[in-house]
Design a protein around this ligand. Sequence first.
Ligand code: 4NP
Length: 153
Amino acid sequence: MVCLGNICRSPLAEGIMQHKLNQAGIAAHVDSAGLINYHSGELPDKRSIAVAAKYGIDLTAQRARSFTKDDIKNFDYIFAMDNNNYENLMEYANDATEAKRIHLILDYAGLGKKIVPDPYYGDQSDFEHVFSLLDDACQRILKKFAHAQSEVV
Ligand code: 4NP
């Protein structure tokens, strides 16, 4: 899960997806990172922590970090929150296989080529909106994975 600062959107995406995977009893490694290192080492934004806590998800073990060259090799799916994130991530792709791992999260979830808006300069209601978009997207992605899995079996 990747956004710009790794303090607002992607920590929420990581927390929500991990929570849903736990509930479904699916083991998978979920992580998040940012495309700037300005906030590295910081806790998620207080407003992200608050909205997640309201829905029973704890983000306080997370610390911001920057996206690295290894991430593109180590993760099967890389979800960008907006078009800028997507384009920046594409610069990390060394070949077509790596490029194929990168997706705009709402688009991959089947919600259209929409973005998860940056709530950093907004208020708590913007964080609520981000939560709701990501909750819907993660639910749909999980369903998509489960469906793909059942077709393989
Ligand atoms: P995020 O939000 O990308 O969702 O973590 C932002 C956090 C910090 C900044 C921008 C966006 N910033 O410019 O410091």
